[in-house]
Every structure is written in structure tokens, then in C-alpha cells.
Design a protein around this ligand. Structure first.
Ligand SMILES: CC(C)(COP(=O)(O)OP(=O)(O)OC[C@H]1O[C@@H](n2cnc3c(N)ncnc32)[C@H](O)[C@@H]1OP(=O)(O)O)[C@@H](O)C(=O)NCCC(=O)NCCS
Length: 154
């Protein structure tokens, strides 16, 4: 497989179940489709799905634009399709779409233990600007810090 086998397409509320299924397969704690449905009631929410031409939907990104800042709320790629460039495709889509809507910054939080995501974000110009202590609760009951990252757009 390779990046040419994937297509990124914008999706809305009607894709909440697909988004919830993808999210559940990417994270230890999934978000329900009702949560995704409620996200889309917020102004400025946008999402996209990575679709493999034979395998179907394999990844997603969810963002929330508030005035000139865009929060990347979540992003994930199904385990079997990782390291194939899909994360880059989704992130680049989110950055371009946010800039097109007038965002000046993209912000996100990432678990301090999530080396894969941090490497991806740093390679795309995101910089750490603060730490949120014990922000994440892990399935084993422990807590982890969130690293807050930001990138100027345009
Ligand atoms: C983070 C995630 C979205 C990356 O998706 P992906 O499709 O595997 O990413 P890509 O193939 O586009 O990788 C792009 C770059 O990210 C970095 N990267 C990705 N996975 C990595 C890993 N496991 N270790 C180190 N670097 C990694 C590499 O620099 C990689 O480039 P390379 O393959 O040329 O070395 C994916 O690992 C995932 O879904 N993780 C679980 C959910 C998650 O953590 N989401 C982010 C929450 S903030």
C-alpha cells in the first residue's frame, strides 16, 4: 500500500457512527457516536476520513475552529494501516482546511507517552508550549500529562 491508495474526504454528522468506530479502534477509551453527534452541533466543527480504495475507512481527524484558533481534538489511524503515510495525509488536510477557514493557529494536546503522535506533530512544525499535569486518565488507573502544542498557519 502507499499514500496514493488513500483519499481524504470531508464528513459531517451523518458519519458519527463511522467516526466512533474508528476512534474506538484507535484509543483505549472510545468516544460514543452520540458524543460525535453532539460535537457536530458545535459551530466550527469539521472532520475528515481517510478511505482506502479497497479496505474502506481507515482513519479520521476531528477539529474545532473557534475564531482564529483551531483545536485538533482527535486523530487516529487503524493499527493495521499505520506507518503508511495516512496520519500525514489527515494532518495536512486538517491544517489546510483550518487555514482555508481563516484559522491562524492549530492547537492540540498529546499524551506525554505518545511518541508516535509527538513525532508526527513536531515534523509538521508544532511546538510545545505548555504541559497539563495529569490531564489523561489511563485504563490502568494511572494519569499522564498532556503536552500542549501549537503551530502558526499561513
Ligand atoms: C499517531 C498516528 C495517527 C500516526 O498515524 P500514521 O498513519 O501511522 O502516521 P504516518 O504513517 O503518516 O507517519 C508519519 C510520521 O509520524 C512519525 N511516526 C508515526 N508513527 C510512529 C511511531 N510509532 N514511532 C515513531 N514515529 C512515528 C514518523 O515520523 C512517521 O514518518 P515515517 O513513517 O516516514 O518515519 C497513529 O499512530 C495512531 O492512530 N495512533 C493512535 C491514536 C493517536 O495516538 N492519535 C493521536 C492523538 S494526539
Amino acid at each position: 500500500m502507499g499514500v496514493d491508495d488513500y483519499r481524504i474526504r470531508s464528513v459531517g454528522r451523518h458519519y458519527s457512527k463511522t467516526l466512533a468506530n474508528l476512534h474506538e479502534s484507535c484509543f483505549a477509551k472510545g468516544w460514543s457516536y452520540l458524543e460525535f453527534e453532539s460535537f457536530f452541533e458545535r459551530k466550527g466543527m469539521f472532520a475528515a476520513i481517510a478511505h482506502h480504495k479497497e479496505k474502506g475507512d481507515v482513519g479520521f481527524v476531528l477539529c474545532w475552529l473557534i475564531e482564529d484558533q483551531c483545536d485538533l481534538l482527535s486523530m487516529g489511524v487503524l493499527p493495521d494501516y499505520r506507518r503508511d503515510g495516512v496520519g500525514v495525509l489527515l494532518l495536512e488536510y486538517a491544517l489546510e482546511h483550518a487555514a482555508g477557514l481563516g484559522a491562524k493557529f492549530m492547537m492540540l494536546e498529546v499524551n506525554v507517552n505518545n511518541t508516535a503522535a509527538q513525532t508526527l506533530y513536531e515534523a509538521h512544525g508544532f511546538e510545545k508550549f505548555s504541559v497539563r499535569k495529569d490531564y489523561y486518565s489511563n485504563i490502568d488507573g494511572s494519569r499522564s500529562d498532556a503536552i500542549c502544542m501549537r503551530k502558526a498557519l499561513g
